[in-house]
Design a protein around this ligand. Structure first.
Ligand code: GLU
Length: 493
């Protein structure tokens, strides 16, 4: 399915009902990959016709999250395009016109039933153990009656006149033909009484007018798809190709929810996942690369992406796998790039000023690479590197004093170390190494017995990058000062 096909046009059509969900990000990614693999166009369309669920900040979050993931849209809000506007609330006239057309051609009808009546109907049906749904009371109202009620301004909706028999076949490229019995489908609403279209109508009209060639979306929309197929038919349009992506489940089998961990894209971002790692991880939720390779960059995914390799069985969301991939992508970054990506996290934790000075940037570029091997999430950086930035080191004697050594011995090792380091003009890694190793020899002690107290005195921690590079980066004056303080702590004990 690769190769040049100019007519591929796909869309990601989120409803702005909250922050972008990680599952929606997967849908967006598959659309982007499909578009890029086929020289197609990726469209962002905001489906904001459900005013009850509308959340103001949502659209900004969706745009920001997609941009952060590197999933830029070719047409849509902020970018424009020939078939806009791309926000559905700005297209109300278009939907009205199309709903009217369906009424005129006998495919839809006005319904004047009140919400109360529908509610009672539903309750009665439920109580009788019947399937709930509209009883089609207004389906065959005489035309004059409809006119009169409309003229009187009685609130109404427009409903689709569902065929009462037969079946509708949905052709899904991933799942094959799916058959839906028409009699089980409701006369669903197309236009609501508030003048807004329903998702069903708006989505079909827009997919057609925006010349969408492939609808790629989550499998929760499968049950809507026969309605869409019937709408295309009623309009006399050709339906796009449909692909419903497999459901994403948690490792315990249920729906992925907050209790499993982060679910909104912005949470992953704040925790310090790299967009490269998330994109890599999301691509594997339902798709496999031809050679089974799991660590992939965006271009590799594009060059091997096809719908043929998208499965239908549930995709399991493993946070462990995501963490692993994040580590892999972190280690693949160029050290300066890695450092720069750490800066926002160091700023958030007050270790670097905002904006960062050029000295701070240069310093972070010395510090962060020392930890690049061990960082799993960018947000780990502050905890792991705090002692490079702040001079407030907590000296815990139980860490300072190595096993089988006394406090006094440790203090004396530190005093000797201080002495040799004070005399050292060249504070380079190699000079530090030569000097401290010869100190170990002259004291007749083990390396650990000398290096550990120095390490803890300077960093407050027993787990740090290599001692010589750490001392070198922190610098002579700060190192000496910290050793002096540690000696004092031991003496005061
Ligand atoms: N607005 C729907 C959503 O929020 C779009 C479904 C579709 O892609 O057709 O997911």
């Amino acid at each position: 399915m690769s190769g040049v096909d100019k007519s591929v046009r796909v869309r990601f059509a989120p409803s702005p009902t909250g922050y972008l969900h990680i599952g929606s990000a997967r849908t967006a990614l598959f659309n982007v990959l499909f578009a890029r693999a086929n020289n197609g166009t990726f469209i962002l369309r905001i489906e904001d016709t459900d005013r009850n669920r509308y959340v103001e900040e949502s659209m900004e979050d969706i745009k920001e999250s997609l941009s952060w993931l590197g999933l830029m849209w070719d047409e849509g809000p902020g970018v424009g395009g020939d078939v806009g506007p791309y926000i559905q609330s700005e297209r109300l006239d278009i939907y009205k016109e199309h709903a009217d057309r369906l009424v005129e051609t006998g495919h839809a009808y006005y319904c004047f039933c009140t919400p109360d009546r529908l509610d009672e109907l539903r309750k009665a049906q439920a109580a009788a153990g019947e399937p709930t749904g509209y009883d089609r009371r207004c389906r065959d109202l005489p035309e004059e009656e409809v006119r009169r009620l409309l003229d009187e301004g009685v609130p109404s909706v427009i409903r689709f006149k569902m065929p009462l028999e037969g079946a509708t076949i949905v052709e899904d490229v991933l799942r094959g033909k799916i058959r839906f019995e028409n009699r089980l489908l409701d006369d669903f609403v197309l236009m609501k009484s508030d003048g807004y279209p329903t998702y069903q109508l708006a989505s079909v009209v827009d997919d057609h007018l925006m010349k969408i060639s492939h609808v790629i979306r989550g499998d929760e929309w499968i049950n809507s798809s026969p309605k869409h197929v019937l709408l295309y038919k009623a309009f006399g349009w050709e339906a796009p190709v449909m692909a419903h992506l497999p459901v994403i489940l948690s490792q315990s089998g249920g729906k992925l929810s907050k209790r499993h961990g982060a679910t909104q894209l912005r949470e992953f971002r704040e925790k310090g996942y790299l967009p490269e790692a998330l994109v890599n991880f999301l691509a594997l939720l339902g798709w496999t690369s031809p050679d089974g390779e799991e660590v992939l960059d965006f271009d590799q995914m594009v060059s091997s992406f096809s719908l043929e390799r998208v499965g239908t069985s549930p995709a399991v969301f493993s946070y462990d796998k995501l963490d692993w991939l994040n580590g892999v992508h972190i280690r693949r970054l160029d050290p300066d790039e890695f450092s720069d990506r750490c800066i926002p996290f160091l700023q958030r934790d007050g270790l670097v000023s905002n904006p960062a000075t050029s000295e701070e940037v240069a310093y972070v570029r010395k510090v962060a690479p020392l930890l690049q091997e061990r960082v799993k999430l960018l947000s780990d950086i502050s905890d792991m590197s705090g002692y490079f930035f702040t001079d407030e080191i907590t000296h815990d004697p139980s860490l300072l004093v190595p096993r089988k050594m006394s406090k006094e011995e440790t203090a004396s090792v530190l005093r000797k170390s201080l002495e040799v380091l004070e005399g050292l003009d060249d504070f380079s890694e190699s000079a530090l190494e030569t000097t401290l190793r010869s100190l170990v020899d002259s004291l007749g002690l083990g390396t650990r017995q000398v290096f550990m107290p120095i390490r803890v005195a300077v960093t407050g921690s027993t787990a740090t990058p290599g001692l010589f590079e750490t001392l070198h980066v922190i610098g002579k004056e700060r190192v000496l000062e910290r050793i002096r303080k540690a000696i004092q702590v031991l003496q005061e004990q």
